[in-house]
Design a protein around this ligand. Structure first.
Ligand SMILES: *Cc1c(COP(=O)(O)O)cnc(C)c1O
Length: 429
């Protein structure tokens, strides 16, 4: 097969030419067209083709620069090309990249110890390493099954991933329905409803409750301290595991190592991590708190080829080390608050407020224009995200400065103007 013959040359001008209609992916390299040809189209049309990143900026294949306020969806904790990350990856790749789990390696053990320390996990706790968030939740799901109890509770609007077990926990019907039958026993409760939780747990047959301290994909919706406390107290009374999915909220994203640490007394039985943990390198983790929970999985009951390999573990250690050395937890709290103050100070009636914590924020819009604001932002050189029509999500690299965030805040009123224009043009079509 001569793939090359139909593919435009690297660097050839875009077939559509620039500037194009707003929202369409343009591409100076022809990669966007080849993407359409070569990929299974589960992600829809990519917004841009990116070629390079440095710090909090990325560049597309037409040479345009963007301030990255999404960080690969809460992944690029240290931004792009951070020297500590590059050096850790390079050194570890030169030394030992992968050994399989037939062997142990120092980075893997050091990372496990470090995560247990940062999570204030009690003696006898343990870590399982995976390669993604969904896989971390699969491990948690299997731990839950091992309790022998039949029911599992998740929350309405929850997102826990796309593999079949993680999908079974995910609330959105449209994601689940095409893949029935999924692992059974899962039911959903409205987040925040303590009485519903009490009733559901009362029979004593619930293996686990899965919850995200802040529901990221649902539009950055915090569960709130009171509900988190109720979750902890009621699951403890019922002998039910509390599984906190901190895949999006963990690793400093909220200005604490893990979001639940903002609510004293709330310690999970299992915590899942991924996204920011590798700063762009794929790695996930499920942490079992205490010997009893850890003992639910025994030799041979779970596994992975790549999970916890020295390359991924060394990279994650560099992420955690850099967050410590650069004082990023405090920085995230301060910049997150500055962002909220800045948006509040706009006193723009088209903005209802800001949800979230640290540098995981949802800007609530009065009108369902988030997709159009996203397009306007791209035109203006900002990468943001629209998890739902009335919410803009910001999850920038943790190293972003208040000044850099300020450029977005200053641009926001004009982006809302432009979004209304784009919506009007769509209606006119
Ligand atoms: C992203 C995410 C997942 C899934 O992680 P993948 O790495 O995409 O499998 C699960 N839970 C939450 C809360 C997430 O934000």
């Amino acid at each position: 097969m001569s793939e090359q013959s139909t593919a435009p040359e690297q660097g050839a001008p875009s077939a559509q030419g620039a500037p194009s209609e707003p929202g369409a992916a343009t591409s100076g390299t022809g990669i966007a067209d080849r993407y359409r040809e070569a990929m299974i189209p589960v992600f829809g049309t990519p917004q841009r083709v990116l070629v390079r990143g440095e710090g909090v900026h990325v560049w597309d294949d037409e040479g345009r620069q963007y301030l990255d306020l999404l960080g690969g969806i809460a992944v690029n904790a240290l931004g792009h090309g951070h020297p500590a990350l590059v050096s850790a990856i390079t050194k570890q790749a030169e030394t030992l990249a992968h050994v399989s789990n037939v062997f142990a390696s120092a980075p893997q053990v050091e990372l496990a110890e470090k995560l247990l320390r940062l999570a204030d996990a009690p003696d006898g706790s343990g870590v399982f390493f995976a390669n993604s968030g969904a896989e971390a939740n699969e491990a948690a799901f299997k731990i839950a099954r091992r309790t022998g109890r039949p029911r599992i509770i998740a929350l309405e609007n929850a997102f826990h991933g796309r593999t079949l077990g993680a999908l079974a926990l995910t609330h959105k019907e449209a994601y689940r329905a095409p893949f029935a039958p999924l692992p059974g026993g899962v039911e959903w409760l409205p987040a925040g409803d303590v009485e519903a939780l009490r009733t559901a747990l009362a029979p004593g047959d619930v293996a686990a409750v899965f919850a995200e301290p802040i529901q990221g994909e649902a539009g950055v919706r915090p569960l709130g301290a009171d509900y988190l406390r109720a979750l902890r107290e009621l699951t403890r009374e019922a002998g039910t595991l509390l599984v906190l999915d901190e895949i999006q909220t963990g690793i400093g994203r909220t200005g604490r190592w893990f979001a639940h640490q903002g609510v004293p007394g709330v310690v999970p039985d299992v915590m899942t991590l991924a996204k920011g943990l590798g700063g762009g390198f794929p790695i996930g983790a499920a942490i079992a708190f205490g010997p009893e929970v850890r003992g639910l999985l025994t030799a041979g009951q779970h596994g992975t080829t790549f999970g916890g390999n020295p390359l991924g573990a060394a990279t994650a250690l560099a992420v955690l080390g850099t967050i410590e050395e650069e004082g990023l937890l405090e920085h995230v709290r301060a910049t997150g608050e500055a962002l909220v103050r800045g948006i509040d100070a706009l006193e723009d009636p088209r903005i209802l407020g800001v949800r979230g914590e640290g540098l995981l924020r949802g800007v609530m819009l009065a009108e369902p224009l988030a997709p159009q604001v996203l397009q306007a932002a791209l035109e203006a050189g900002f990468i943001i995200n629209a998890p739902e029509p009335t919410t803009l999500r910001l999850a920038p690299p943790l190293i972003i400065t208040a000044e850099e965030l300020g450029t977005f805040v200053a641009a926001l009123p004009a982006l809302l103007d432009r979004a209304a224009q784009l919506a009007g043009a769509e209606e006119g079509n």
